[in-house]
Design a protein around this ligand. Structure first.
Ligand code: ATP
Ligand code: MG
Length: 273
C-alpha cells in the first residue's frame, strides 16, 4: 500500500473541515479501506470529536512524532496511533502542537516535517486524511506539503471568494516550491440549507467561477443538527444517524473521493512512466 494523503484545508474557521475528516474517514473505512486520520490542529477538535476528550493527557500526540523527526529519533511501528472502534486510526493532537508550530520556524526543512512523519506509516494505509487548522501557517503548509490532494470545504451560507483566492495562491506556492504533485481534488459545499435558494445560488456561482479550474464535488453536505450533535458524542454520523441525509451525503462523498483518487493515481502513474 501507498496511501493517498488528503489534506482537508480552508483557513476560514468553522466550515466543516473536522466534521468532513471524521466522517469521510469512517466512510472510507466502511468501504473497506485502511484509514489513518491525522489531527493537525492544536485545538484538537478531531481528537475530541472521536471521543478522546482530554487530549493533553494522551501519552503521545502528533507533536511528539514531529519532535522525533526534528531530533532525528526513530519512530516505532504504531507509535502514537490510536485505534477508534469505528475502524479508523488516529494520530491525535494536543495543545503542544502550537508550540511545535513556533519551533518549526527555525528548523531546517521546516515545511516537510509532517511529510517525514507520514512517510513512516504510509505503507500501512490506503488513505491518510489530515484535518488542518484554520490558518495558512506552518502546520497547514506542512499538511499541504505532505498531501497528494486537497479537499476544500466551503460553507454555503456566504460567498467566500476572497478567502478562496488566498487559499489557492498558497496551494500554488506549495505546489511550485515543495510538492509539484499536489492536486486540488475538490471544493466541497458544506452545511447546505436545502430549503433556501441561496445555497443553490452560491453553489452555482462557485461552479461557474471555479468549475473550469477546480472540481466542485457533485455531492453537497446538507445542514443538519444531527451533524452538529456528533462532535459531543465521540462517534461518526454513520452510527449517530445512519439513515439521515448527512450520513447519506458523506457516503456519496466517500464514493466520489474513491473515484477521484483512482483517476489521480492512474494519471500520476502515466506521468511517472
Ligand atoms: P475549525 O476551523 O474551527 O477547525 P472546522 O472547519 O473544522 O472548524 P467543524 O468543526 O467541522 O468545522 O464544524 C463547525 C461547526 O459546525 C461544528 O460545531 C460542527 O458540529 C458544525 N457542523 C459541521 N457540519 C455540519 C452540518 N452538515 N450541519 C450542521 N452543523 C454542522
Ligand atoms: Mg476543525
Amino acid at each position: 500500500m501507498n496511501a493517498s494523503i488528503i489534506a482537508i484545508a480552508n483557513q476560514k474557521g468553522g466550515v466543516g473541515k473536522t466534521t468532513t475528516t471524521a466522517n469521510l474517514g469512517v466512510g472510507l473505512a466502511q468501504a473497506g479501506k485502511k484509514v489513518l486520520l491525522v489531527d493537525c490542529d492544536p485545538q484538537a477538535s478531531l481528537t475530541i470529536s472521536l471521543g478522546y476528550s482530554q487530549p493533553d493527557t494522551l501519552p503521545s500526540t502528533l507533536s511528539d512524532l514531529m519532535e522525533k523527526i526534528l531530533t532525528d529519533e526513530a519512530i516505532m511501528q504504531g507509535e502514537g496511533i490510536l485505534h477508534h472502534d469505528e475502524g479508523v486510526d488516529l494520530i491525535p493532537a494536543s495543545l503542544e502542537l502550537s508550540g511545535m508550530e513556533v519551533s518549526l520556524v527555525n528548523t531546517m526543512c521546516r515545511e516537510t516535517v509532517l511529510r517525514q512523519v507520514l512517510d513512516t506509516v504510509r505503507k500501512d494505509y490506503d488513505y491518510i486524511l489530515i484535518d488542518c487548522m484554520p490558518s495558512l501557517g506552518m502546520l497547514t503548509v506542512n499538511s499541504l506539503a505532505a498531501a497528494n490532494s486537497v479537499i476544500v470545504p466551503v460553507q454555503a451560507q456566504y460567498l467566500p471568494v476572497k478567502g478562496l483566492e488566498q487559499l489557492l495562491r498558497t496551494l500554488n506556492r506549495v505546489k511550485q516550491q515543495l510538492n509539484p504533485k499536489l492536486r486540488i481534488n475538490g471544493i466541497l459545499m458544506t452545511m447546505v440549507d436545502t430549503r433556501t435558494n441561496y445555497a443553490k445560488e452560491t453553489s452555482a456561482l462557485l461552479r461557474d467561477t471555479y468549475g473550469s479550474r477546480i472540481k466542485v464535488f457533485s455531492v453537497d453536505i446538507p445542514h443538519s443538527v444531527r451533524a452538529a450533535e456528533i462532535s459531543a458524542e465521540g462517534k461518526s454520523i454513520f452510527s449517530h444517524d445512519p439513515k439521515g441525509k448527512v450520513a447519506t451525503a458523506y457516503r456519496a462523498l466517500t464514493q466520489e473521493v474513491i473515484k477521484v483518487e483512482k483517476q489521480r493515481k492512474a494519471y500520476q502513474a502515466n506521468i511517472d512512466r
